[in-house]
Design a protein around this ligand. Structure first.
Ligand SMILES: Nc1ncnc2c1ncn2[C@@H]1O[C@H](COP(=O)(O)OP(=O)(O)OP(=O)(O)O)[C@@H](O)[C@H]1O
Length: 717
């Protein structure tokens, strides 16, 4: 109903507007004594008031009106009312002899009225297309302005460049002006554009400064390098996607803008000056050019839209192809062991074919976009020549003024052409930047804003009635009301079959995820309150599959701790029983471990990872099946270290499949299907003959849930 009212009130307002105009025309003869210009402006203000009120009323009622239309109504009201008197005033100024009443003559005619509305509507559509409203735009600020904002640190330099541009444009634009007055022009013919290269040889001295400044340092891709992904692991973009954004997309944006931005700035500035001179030469012709210009700009905007969306799809498809390549190279050994090289290549080939298909479409769209750009520019040129010729014939413009105007207009059109040819590239950059900004604007689900960093920490960890399910799997809780406690000075063991939820619990303790219910407390304070770096220096994790980085062993052990001395690193390695193998390497601690630590064995990787955790001297140490690949000697050594650390006041959570590794723990918790089923010491649990006992039985029979040796110590059943 409201919507219908709005749609009715709009035509009503148009009708009223027409009647106002007719009334003004009727009143013209009785008001002969009035200055026609004053009359025109008076009528215009009355129309403005009427249309604005109607627009307000329509917006107020019609919540259902399209957002773009609602935003456009008020500016349209101003445009419709002020367009004609402005034009008439300009004409009166340009031709003082013409009678304003003559100029006003056609006002109330139905066709002129309709034309005015048509042109105003077209301008509104153009405006909406060229400068879409920011508010309510669901896209993450995909605009050139947003990209330019990245250059804020270089604002001063930017201002200096703008100053040089002004001077340079002034100098260049003075040519025809000098020629028209018999002076010597610096350039005998209007200089052709240089869209291909920003600095092709000697003729480009004028903008070399800009090129240097923009290419060299002002546009620095590091400004838009996406940050590392927030710790919302499952919803993170996939690695291939991130890689594509960090490399391909930022490169595309950087290259397009560093190459094209200086052209945009140079020709933009030049266009402004030339247009000013054109207005000075012939207002009518300049207005004609101004009317034709939005049409010329709209065509590339519309054709560029399609091209932009295709460019985005190409980037996405490239990211998918990247993902396959990265995944395959990372798991090369697995691919080889299953002799699936052809399969992997085929998969990559399919993805690349998709990219190629989109690339071809993009190339066609680019060509179409360039073609339409050129055609629209040409149409404007022909129109101006035709209209200029008619004005000369009618004697409205002198031949000298026309010559000057045409010279300016040719340069102006050239500048516009260059701008239009550069526009698709900038659009492509904006398309790529959309993806980057979308990624950068992701808000981490795990708040990193804790500030608590007490000077001393006991390391008392409590898990209270925690419920957790992975994002997107709300109906399958992995932890169901888990409660446990890690006390300083104690080793708490957590055992259970595969998939019971042990690693998921560790992920919560490390704050990779937030539980849906329940609390995680460290020394009585919520984990969320702790400062990120502090928390991870006090709570150290050695995970099931420790990841090493492609750098030296020293750097891997001291990872995240800044400069640590060789002595400290060696001390930690000794405690993890890793020093022996490291010392035997020809480069010792300086040995590079290769990508993902691939150049050392699995057991050695675990040793290094344990050393890395021990170097932090954490108050809480979490070992998630972290010794499974160690040899027996190393295992015993590390176990000794773990228990010694606990006796010294550390809280230890020991997760293991091999029950022999947890026999000595102060407390053993059995986790099954996300619930703590039993807890007690090894002896107590065996005596209870429950879940733990069954696990032990399975291991004895060699049917361990992921365990390897299944050994039970002296206390076994
Ligand atoms: N990132 C994830 N997204 C969704 N579900 C997951 C994810 N990681 C684990 N799961 C699921 O959560 C459940 C518990 O997995 P979890 O890794 O915690 O088990 P676990 O007890 O550590 O097993 P294991 O002893 O084999 O390491 C499993 O059913 C698993 O499929």
């Amino acid at each position: 109903m409201k919507l219908a009212m709005a749609w009715v009130s709009l035509p009503l307002a148009v009708l009223l507007d027409f009647l106002t105009l007719r009334l003004a025309l009727l009143l013209c003869p009785p008001l002969q004594a009035w200055d026609p210009l004053a009359l025109a402006w008076g009528v215009a203000l009355a129309r403005w008031a009427l249309l604005s009120l109607s627009a307000q009323a329509a917006c107020g009622r019609g919540q259902g009106l399209p957002g773009g239309l609602r935003d456009a109504l008020l500016p349209l009201a101003a445009l419709l009312s002020l367009l004609l008197p402005s034009y008439v005033t300009l004409q009166a100024l340009a031709q003082p002899r013409a009678s304003p009443s003559e100029l006003l003559h056609g006002w109330g005619r139905g066709d002129v009225f309709g034309l005015t509305y048509g042109v105003a509507g077209l301008v509104a559509v153009l405006w909406h297309q060229l400068f879409p409203a920011g508010k309510g735009d669901p896209r993450p600020s995909a605009s050139l302005g947003r990209l330019l904002a990245c250059m804020r640190p270089d604002l001063l330099r930017f201002v200096a460049i703008a100053g040089f541009l002004v001077l340079s444009s002034l100098g260049e634009s003075g040519g025809p002006w000098l020629r028209a007055r018999g002076g010597k022009a610096p350039c005998p013919v209007p200089c052709p554009p240089e869209p291909a290269s920003p600095c092709p040889g000697a003729r480009s001295d004028r903008n070399q400064l800009c090129v240097y400044t923009l290419d060299g340092s002002l546009w620095n891709r590091s400004r838009i390098r996406p940050p590392l992904p927030p710790l919302t692991l499952p919803r993170c973009p996939r690695p291939g996607d991130i890689t594509s954004r960090v490399t391909a997309d930022t490169d595309a944006v950087s290259e397009a803008l560093s190459e094209k931005l200086n052209l945009l700035m140079w020709y933009g500035m030049r266009g402004v000056f030339l247009f000013g001179l054109m207005v000075q030469g012939s207002l009518r012709l300049a207005l004609f050019t101004a009317v034709g210009l939005p049409l010329v700009l709209l065509v590339p905007k519309l054709s560029g839209k399609f091209h932009q969306s295709l460019a985005q799809r190409v980037q996405e498809s490239l990211a998918k192809a990247n993902e396959v390549a990265v995944e395959t190279f990372q798991a090369m050994a697995t691919v080889r062991s299953f002799a699936n090289e052809e399969g992997a290549a085929r998969r990559y080939g399919l993805r690349l074919q998709e990219t190629y298909r989109l690339n071809k479409q993009e190339a066609a769209a680019y060509a179409a976009s360039m073609w339409t750009n050129s055609l629209s520019g040409l149409a404007l040129k022909v129109g101006i020549l035709y209209y200029g010729g008619r004005l000369v014939t009618a004697g409205a413009v002198s031949t000298g003024d026309l010559v000057t105007f045409v010279l300016y207009e040719m340069q102006f059109t050239t500048a516009m052409e260059v701008l239009l040819s550069v526009y698709p590239s900038v659009q492509k950059a904006v398309g790529s930047s959309e993806k980057i900004f979308e990624y950068m604007e992701r808000t981490p689900q795990i708040s990193p804003h804790g500030t608590l960093a007490p000077p001393s920490l006991r390391g008392h960890l409590q898990v209270q009635d925690v419920w957790f399910s992975y994002p997107g799997r709300d109906d399958a809780p992995v932890l169901k009301g888990v409660s446990l406690e890690l006390r300083p000075g104690e080793v708490t063991a957590l055992v259970g079959p595969s998939g019971a939820g042990k690693t998921s619990l560790v992920a919560l303790l490390e704050r990779f995820y937030e539980p849906q219910r329940g609390r995680l407390l460290l020394d009585g304070r919520d984990l969320r309150e702790y400062e990120h770096h502090y928390l991870h220096s006090k709570v150290a994790l050695v995970s099931q599959k420790p990841v090493l980085f492609a750098r030296s062993l020293h750097e891997n052990i001291a990872y995240g701790l800044g400069g640590r001395s060789r002595q400290e690193v060696m001390g930690a390695a000794r405690r993890a029983n890793a020093h022996g193998f490291i010392a035997r390497l020809s480069h010792g601690y300086d040995t590079d471990v290769g990508e993902m630590g691939g150049q050392i064995s699995g057991g050695q990787r675990q040793g290094v990872a344990i050393a890395r955790a021990l170097l932090r001297d954490p108050r809480v140490l979490i070992l998630d099946d972290a010794t499974s690949a160690l040899d027996t000697e190393s295992q015993l050594w590390v176990e000794k270290e773990i228990y010694e650390g606990a006796r010294a006041g550390r809280a230890v959570l020991l997760i293991a499949h091999r029950l022999s590794a947890v026999e000595q723990a102060d407390r053993i918790l059995v986790l099954e299907e996300g619930e703590i089923r039993e807890q007690g010491t090894h002896q107590e649990l065996l005596a209870r003959r429950g879940s733990y006992w069954r696990l032990a039985q399975k291991q004895l029979n060699g049917d361990a849930g992921g365990g390897s040796d299944g050994g039970l110590g002296a206390g076994g059943p």
